[in-house]
Design a binder for this molecule. Structure first.
Ligand code: FE
Ligand code: FE
Ligand code: ZN
Length: 276
């Protein structure tokens, strides 16, 4: 059973492993850099050594990163798009150095331009990054979005189209339960979650699914409101999580729920109790 949380790297990247140990998890997601800034300090040899040593001593089976929120491969502004290509290239390189298997990416936001054009730009941006990092095995996992504003990736069809056009084994997917629900996929019932995941399998392919983001939702079905809630305390209830825990033990599942008041510990316990 691969289960974990988004771990903090405050005070050093290797600190994620200490949080993981305390929480008894075997997979995690981190920000490998300050996610709200364009500039990232390169990983030093010392940092890399400390990270690898902690990794080896840990029970972590799969570790991965989430890209900076500033990235927008879809940007109609050439300078911003190129900055995004550069930053994603760096992220892939950081993952390679640190032994992280993949990085999760929000495909992008169209802004004023037509969505088709935005998607073309995402595809060309991804092709550049794959080319820039050809020696790397690190996968870029496209995350389904809440479909808010002009964001691309609220539908499985959007994700599939990008995957197909980039034509690389190094593109995969990450499925966020909260985003899927607020984007219109009704996963509240066993039938609903089964239907949604079957359709994901048909359109995107479960074999390309690198991770689940396990989040309950404050927003309603189709609301496009990206607000995560503690497991079982939001609009989703426990059914979709029970389904995912029991059907996908070997896919990494990480929480991105509020950490206050032992949030992670409680949510992990709730999830473990759902295992048949
Ligand atoms: Fe995300
Ligand atoms: Fe997410
Ligand atoms: Zn979210």
């Amino acid at each position: 059973m691969l289960l974990g949380v988004h771990c903090s790297v405050a005070g050093g990247l290797e600190n994620a492993f200490e949080e993981a140990r305390l929480k008894g998890i075997n997979t995690f997601q981190i920000f490998s850099r300050n996610q709200r800034q364009w500039k990232a300090k390169p990983v030093s040899d010392e940092e890399r050594r400390r990270f690898s040593a902690a990794f080896k001593k840990s029970n972590i089976k799969v570790a991965f990163s989430h890209c900076s929120y500033l990235l927008n491969l879809a940007s109609a502004n050439d300078a911003l798009q190129q900055l995004s290509v550069h930053s994603l290239t760096e992220e892939v390189e950081r993952c390679s150095l640190l032994g992280l298997s993949f990085c999760v990416l929000h495909p992008g936001a169209a802004g004023e331009q037509p969505k088709e054009q935005a998607i073309r730009r995402i595809i060309s941006g991804l092709r550049q990054v794959i080319k820039n990092t050809r020696k790397s095995k690190v996968v870029i996992a496209l995350e389904n979005t809440a479909g808010q504003g002009t964001s691309v990736g609220g539908t499985f069809e959007n994700l599939r189209y990008i995957y197909e056009e980039v034509e690389s084994k190094r593109i995969g997917f990450c499925l966020d339960t909260c985003h899927a629900f607020v984007a219109g996929y009704d996963i509240r019932t066993e039938k609903g979650v089964e239907k949604t995941l079957n359709s994901f399998d048909k359109i995107c392919g479960l074999k390309h699914l690198k991770a689940f983001h396990i989040n309950d939702s404050k927003g309603d079905l189709g609301s496009r409101l990206d607000r995560h809630e503690n497991i079982g305390k939001g609009k989703l209830g426990l059914i979709p999580f029970k389904y995912i825990m029991n059907h996908f033990p070997h896919i990494p599942k990480v929480l991105e729920t509020p950490k206050e008041e032992d949030g992670d510990e409680i949510n992990l316990k709730v999830l473990r109790n759902l295992i048949d």
